[in-house]
Design a protein around this ligand. Structure first.
Ligand SMILES: Cc1cc2nc3c(=O)[nH]c(=O)nc-3n(C[C@H](O)[C@H](O)[C@H](O)COP(=O)(O)O)c2cc1C
Ligand SMILES: [Mn+2]
Length: 490
């Protein structure tokens, strides 16, 4: 059975030895971030053995416990999705994608159970849920009740870092859920940092085009069962409901309850829900914020979220995360995305053998792709495909190598990619949308990208010199040395 809520996941983490409780009063202003840093990034620790999730039971200045680093390892990401290995999810997605074009009657019949299964993941409307145990309105609304972090010294304030932001497409009525950080301005007001290419920002623009003086309803859920809590960061197409996807991931529909003050719905099992609205004619300075680039993202003008009502559990747990110099907790979330969506990429582009995004590339700066090259210019075709593929459009540097390079072995990758390169010939520049957080781009949101074709070059690509074999000892010699190896006493 799927995790019913965040606290059930916490119990499971604890049982697996993946969680530490902290009774000491630690300040959400900077101190909790520093503790999380030390645990998650201890330089003396082997990279595989990152530290545990942390439950601060009595954060300073708040009566509400705080959970951080809950997803900060590959093992905890697998636990979150209740699988042994993230590739299990990939296989399930592949199963559903294969069924797109049933050929004959027999195929159609075979499909029925799968379709029924898919239907069973649709979110389910229910009347009430644990997120309604306490309802606060008007002057009872106070965001400072929660242990909201200030992560880094130059941050513009305290930021909600792990929210699910619910909006509705004003034209289609379809729901979107995005994880967009929220700077707390006062008891009842926050920033709404949906970057310009994200679905929340698109909803805002469409509503503003129709009625510039209006407002849109927005609801924010903080803390839910792990698949639901993580669904806000998934790079899925517009108008595909993240709650449906969360239901698919947890193999059980997400139960949704209506908000008290607007017509949106939120997960019934949420720890905390903020209901309110965003004015379409109001912007306010947001930031700076110590970001996952390892640098501060600069101040910018963003919409403002007005909180009218808080609904929550009697004893809510505040879920948060800290971003900063890589790798951090969000690297493991990104890694899971990479593994889960690789088969989707492969179905669209079967020549892709593997993809790697090293932590230091912070998702958008570096993607390494191994392909089975079949025709001249194939590496360039894949670069262009990636630059047009959802949020992969942001990728600043793409390196394409042949299928026989182990791209998760960075030592082998650097060696072989550089050997395959004639830079002037093999590097290509392009212009397009870039990540809002890219502080080196000539303009915010717009800049250049680089593709490196590090595949073997072919005569049909104009390369007429012979391409040498990679050095390998012959098997007979290896066997002979193996047979006398002990006697050499080396
Ligand atoms: C910890 C964390 C914080 C994030 N903060 C933001 C943010 O402030 N603004 C933003 O646009 N995207 C942010 N993202 C990325 C979005 O959640 C991600 O692009 C998501 O797919 C957006 O949803 P959408 O495609 O429905 O717009 C963050 C991701 C993570 C993991
Ligand atoms: Mn979306």
């Amino acid at each position: 059975m799927a995790y019913q809520d965040l606290r059930q996941f916490i119990r499971s983490l604890e049982k697996e030895g993946e969680l530490k409780r902290i009774r000491a009063q630690v300040d959400p202003i900077l101190e909790i971030a520093e503790v999380a840093q030390r645990v998650a990034r201890d330089p003396g620790r082997a990279p595989q053995s990152v530290g545990p999730a942390l439950l601060f039971e009595e954060p300073k200045g708040s009566r509400i416990p705080l959970l951080i680093n809950a997803f900060g390892s590959v093992r905890r990401m697998a636990l979150a999705f209740d699988v042994h290995d993230l590739t299990e999810i990939a296989e399930r997605i592949k199963g559903f994608m294969k069924m797109e074009t049933p050929q004959g009657l027999f195929d159609k019949i075979k499909l029925l159970p799968k379709l029924a299964e898919l239907g069973s993941f649709f979110p389910k409307s229910v009347k009430s849920g644990a997120c309604k145990e306490v309802i606060q309105q008007g002057s009872d609304v106070n965001l400072f009740d929660f242990p909201i972090l200030k992560c880094w010294p130059q941050d513009g304030g305290r930021f909600i870092t792990f929210p699910l932001v619910f909006t509705r497409n004003p034209e289609t009525g379809k729901r979107n859920v995005g994880m967009y950080r929220m700077q707390v301005y006062d008891e009842r007001t926050t920033g709404m940092h949906w970057q310009t290419q994200k679905h929340g920002a698109e909803h805002f623009r469409r509503a503003r085009a129709a009625n510039p003086e209006g407002r849109i309803p927005v609801a924010v859920a903080i803390g839910a069962d792990p698949a639901t809590a993580l669904s806000g960061m998934l790079p899925i197409p517009p108008d595909l409901d993240e709650m449906m996807f969360a239901g698919f991931l947890r193999r059980e529909p997400v139960e949704m309850v209506p908000c008290e003050t607007n017509d949106l719905e939120v997960p019934a099992n949420a720890e905390i829900v903020l209901e309110g609205y965003v004015n379409l004619n109001e912007l306010r300075t947001e930031g700076p914020f110590g970001d996952h680039t390892g640098f501060y993202s600069l101040e910018g003008e963003y919409p403002v979220f007005h909180v009218e009502c808080i609904t929550r559990r009697k004893d809510p747990i505040y879920l948060t995360t800290v971003v900063g110099p890589p790798p951090q907790e969000d690297f493991y979330m990104g890694y899971a995305v990479e593994r889960i969506f690789l088969p989707v990429m492969k179905m669209q582009y079967p020549e892709i053998v593997d993809v790697a995004m090293p932590a230091e590339g912070i998702f958008h700066n570096l993607m390494i792709v191994a392909i089975r090259k079949s025709y001249p210019g194939h590496a360039r075709k894949i670069m262009n495909a990636i630059w047009s593929l959802g949020q992969a459009m942001f990728t600043k540097v793409i390196v394409v190598v042949d299928h026989d390079v182990d791209i998760h072995n960075y030592s082998e990758l650097v060696w072989k990619a550089l050997c395959a390169l004639d830079p002037e010939r093999d590097i290509q520049f392009n212009l397009g949308p870039v990540d809002t957080l890219d502080h080196a781009a000539r303009l915010q949101d717009f800049g250049s990208k680089m593709g490196i074709d590090a595949t073997r070059k072919w005569p049909s690509e104009g390369f007429t010199r012979p391409w040498p074999d990679e050095i390998r000892m012959d098997e007979a010699t290896k066997a002979r040395i193996q047979s006398i190896w002990k006697s050499l006493q080396l």
